[in-house]
Design a protein around this ligand. Structure first.
Ligand code: SF4
Ligand code: SF4
Length: 192
């Protein structure tokens, strides 16, 4: 999918993301949203979001696909499920947030230099390669890819942690890494 970044005219709206969401078991409920705002009211993070959960769903339905995928909202969601258990229409809002995160990574349209999507992508790649994550290398990758100008300021802390053996630069790998890779590749091919 290629989404238009700035919508000026109604004809530029692109509802392909909406139809994609309707095709997912966790997303089909989006059609039932009555825009009551309960989800936004109970969400502990909605005050920090660029679009509240209610508004995000409205934007998906109306075709503001790029605004949705490049929003901070989907990355600020902490998966607390307060919205999901409160929604009178039983819409799986938390799962919808996950589906939108996956789509944003797939389309490469998440907010630049925002650490959460980079962390999610790096974590997945590391588990795909090694069957598990190595926390220190994951954090190192994250700093280098999101905040390289501050990388040097973390050196003293890193050295202290290395000295006290609280940090290891060893790349960890599970014996069943190839099986984990096969499962993850299968999930990628078989579904969203
Ligand atoms: S609580 Fe449910 S029905 Fe109400 S706005 Fe949120 S998603 Fe829509
Ligand atoms: S699951 Fe996400 S969107 Fe829903 S209430 Fe919690 S933080 Fe907000």
């Amino acid at each position: 999918m290629k989404f238009k970044r700035t919508i000026r005219y109604e004809g530029e709206l692109d509802r392909s993301l909406y139809y994609y969401m309707l095709s997912l078991p966790e997303g089909e409920g989006i059609i039932r949203c009555i825009q009551c705002g309960t989800c936004s009211g109970v969400c502990p993070l909605s005050i920090y979001m660029d679009f509240t959960p209610r508004k995000l769903i409205a934007l998906v339905r109306e075709g503001f696909s790029m605004d949705v995928l490049s929003s901070f909202t989907i990355w600020l969601c902490s998966s607390c499920y307060a919205c999901t258990v409160s929604c009178p229409q039983e819409i799986k809002i938390t799962e919808i947030m996950y589906a939108l995160k996956r789509k944003a990574i797939e389309e490469g349209v998440y907010p630049r230099r925002f650490p959460v999507p980079v962390l999610a992508r790096e974590f997945f790649q590391m588990v795909l390669r090694n069957g598990r994550s190595s926390e220190s290398l994951l954090v190192l990758n994250l700093i280098l890819k999101t905040n390289i100008s501050k990388a040097l300021s973390y050196v003293p802390l890193g050295l202290k942690l290395l000295k006290t053996r609280r940090l290891s630069l060893k790349k960890e790998r599970t014996p069943g890494a190839s099986e984990v890779k096969a499962i993850l590749e299968g999930l990628k091919e078989g579904g969203p």
